[in-house]
Ligand binder design. Sequence first.
Ligand code: SF4
Ligand code: FES
Length: 247
Amino acid sequence: MNLTLKIWRQKNSKDKGKMETYPVKDISPDMSFLEMIDVLNNQLIESGQDPVAFDHDCREGICGMCSMFINGQAHGPGRGITTCQLHMRSFKDGDTIYIEPWRSAAFPVIKDLVVDRSSFDRVIQAGGYVSVNTSGNTQDANAIPIPKEDADKAFDAATCIGCGACVAACKNSSAMLFVSAKVSQLALLPQGKVEAKQRALNMVKQMDEEGFGNCSNTGACEVECPKGISLENIARMNREYLKASIS
Ligand code: SF4
Ligand code: FES
């Protein structure tokens, strides 16, 4: 396939940035989207130009690093996949593809397609954990009975990979889907109940301080989430927050 790529180029967080046009030739439909960018970057390096900066790590849908807008969709066309799981067979020979970074004040652009998502790390640091005794005599987690339905829901919430597509897709730049997944995965389990109150209060406070917007129940986050995180989690977090606020 021969393609025309329109890619957001921005030298650093201060630079205004602009779209640049790059042709790429002989792209195999079996290549992943990131491999296609690798081909472009080899071309750019060979011609003495600066390669396009983009985040990636696992390249198998686990780490959540490969975040970008492709033709205006978070992680591109297709449901339930990250950019690294997107294959070039989703496009046609001769297509023009627009590639941009996440757009959100809470995710400032570092360079080209790479954004700073450390705001998510700070939300997790505010309460996305359980405090455990690590002295060696900790109770075996498997010895604590957990209803199957709760375990399944907690596991589903825990599949959030922190990619930030929910924020990027939201017209309010809300992080509610991400934060609610992290609150829910712990709130549903006995191990998470001990610190549930402080967790809900502190994580929501940090989320607001980072500049994420409010949820207005549009549901774009759930549609664009590569892991199918349900809006149910937002309702659960709101209940957890309300309980913690009035107790
Ligand atoms: S909720 Fe979904 S879209 Fe948001 S960070 Fe987690 S995996 Fe990504
Ligand atoms: S590179 Fe890890 S999810 Fe895409």
